[in-house]
Design a protein around this ligand. Structure first.
Ligand code: ADP
Ligand code: MG
Length: 398
């Protein structure tokens, strides 16, 4: 895939109507009060919005929220987002009552340069997730240029993320530009050595990432729940630890493939296990292959931490996807924290992908020490799998 895509800086938007796809899929309070519990995604969209407005564009913003499945669900309205966006921008955000209906059409037609409006939740339209050309065309008809800045949705070929690009010149905003430069750069032409740290719960959810990174990385480090399947596959005792029996053969194949390719593959040598899967479980450190019956592997052990930190110390690039242990329980967050700290101290380009990994790095206080934390969970995973992202492929090449 070509990651070198045109951006808002490569097109003239002055006096033009711009359809801007944002990722305003923010978490809302469960009581349907319309309170946004985390506005990070709205704030992340501001640089592109402000740039477009300063250039004299009229911005028709759009986004999905939740899964209304093609029906109008008032609790998934974007009205609270328009209100918050208006506060952050310090200017009016005109809210449409529909996506491509008469209200949206009229408001878009009347929109002046320097003004911004927001369409209703794109998934209120049944054609959105089906990438219906009629819906895509109706959205495109409201504008003259399409700007995509919703990295969290680029792995979906929907009407507002890919379909519209059939009808309008399509470029990226600053959020997608950064994701492409940093993650795309690391995949296509990494500063070496490239170290990939892979963890999280399951091998099965990371197959694509392991396969792709085995082709690119110099070192692969395995931790988290998935490491116990690798351990069991070579005959180790793993007690009650997470096991995916169906993926044991695959794990052995990967170990062999890495050896054949000369890729260094590091597996945990010791593990912190608990007598229950609970935050206050009794804990002890054992060799990874010797977890007693009744005990569960919860985190990488101290010797493993030492080896993994050494392996990233002189890296050129580190891609990290998946925590090293059950970091949600502070007693079992030490391995994840030690790796985060080691990354914060390297001179390497450090890239964090994956929703839980990003949350872990944030929660542990290392977010501002990383080169890049991807804004898309599922999208960053598919990116690292080497898959073509429809919402990126549809943008104009530089
Ligand atoms: P990401 O969202 O970054 O891609 P995953 O979703 O694959 O990461 O995995 C994150 C989850 O893995 C976390 O909720 C964490 O508690 C869990 N996890 C990590 N280590 C273990 C383990 N040893 N046993 C069970 N779950 C684990
Ligand atoms: Mg996850």
């Amino acid at each position: 895939m070509n990651y070198n895509k045109k951006t808002v800086k490569d097109v003239d938007v002055a006096g033009k109507k711009v359809l801007l796809r944002c990722d305003f899929n923010v978490p809302m309070a469960k009581d349907a009060s319309g309170v946004i519990t985390d506005d990070k995604r709205i704030r992340a969209a501001l640089p592109t919005i402000q740039y477009l407005l300063e250039q004299g564009a009229a911005v028709v913003a759009c986004s999905h929220m939740g899964k209304p499945k093609g029906e109008v669900k008032p609790e998934l309205s974007l009205k609270p987002v328009a209100a918050r966006l208006s506060e952050l921008l310090g200017k009016d955000v005109i809210m449409a009552d529909d996506v491509v209906g008469p209200d949206a059409q009229a408001k878009a037609a009347a929109l002046q340069p320097g003004q911004i409006m927001l369409l209703e939740n794109t998934r209120f339209e049944p054609g959105e997730t089906k990438n219906d050309p009629a819906l895509a065309k109706a959205m495109a008809d409201m504008a003259e240029v399409y700007v995509s800045d919703a990295f969290g949705a680029v792995h979906r070929a929907h009407a507002s993320t890919a379909g519209v690009a059939e009808y309008l010149p399509a470029v990226s905003g600053f959020l997608i530009e950064k994701e492409l430069q940093i993650i795309g750069g690391a995949l296509a032409n990494p500063k070496r050595p490239l170290v990939a740290i892979l963890g999280g719960s399951k091998v099965s959810s990371k197959i694509g990432v392991i396969n792709n990174l085995l082709e690119i990385a110099d070192t692969i480090i395995i931790g988290g729940g998935m490491s116990y399947t690798f351990c069991a596959a070579r005959g180790g005792k793993i007690g009650n630890s997470l096991l995916e029996e169906d993926w044991m053969d695959y794990a052995n194949e990967m170990v062999k493939k890495a050896a054949d390719k000369g890729v260094k593959l590091l597996l945990p040598v010791d593990t912190v296990c608990g007598d229950a899967f609970s935050p206050d479980a009794k804990q002890m450190v054992v060799d990874t292959d010797c977890i007693p019956d009744g005990w569960t592997g919860m985190d990488i052990g101290p010797e493993t931490v030492k080896q993994y930190c050494e392996a990233v110390a002189d890296a050129g690039t580190v891609i990290w996807n998946g925590p090293m242990g059950v970091f949600e329980f502070p007693a079992f967050a030490k391995g994840t924290e030690a790796v985060a700290e080691a990354l914060s101290k390297t001179n390497a380009i450090t890239i964090i992908g994956g929703g839980d990994s990003a949350a872990a790095v944030q929660q542990l206080g290392y977010a501002d020490k990383m080169t890049h934390i991807s804004t898309g969970g599922g999208a960053s995973l598919e990116f690292m799998e080497g898959k073509e992202l429809p919402g990126v492929a549809c943008l104009l090449d530089k």
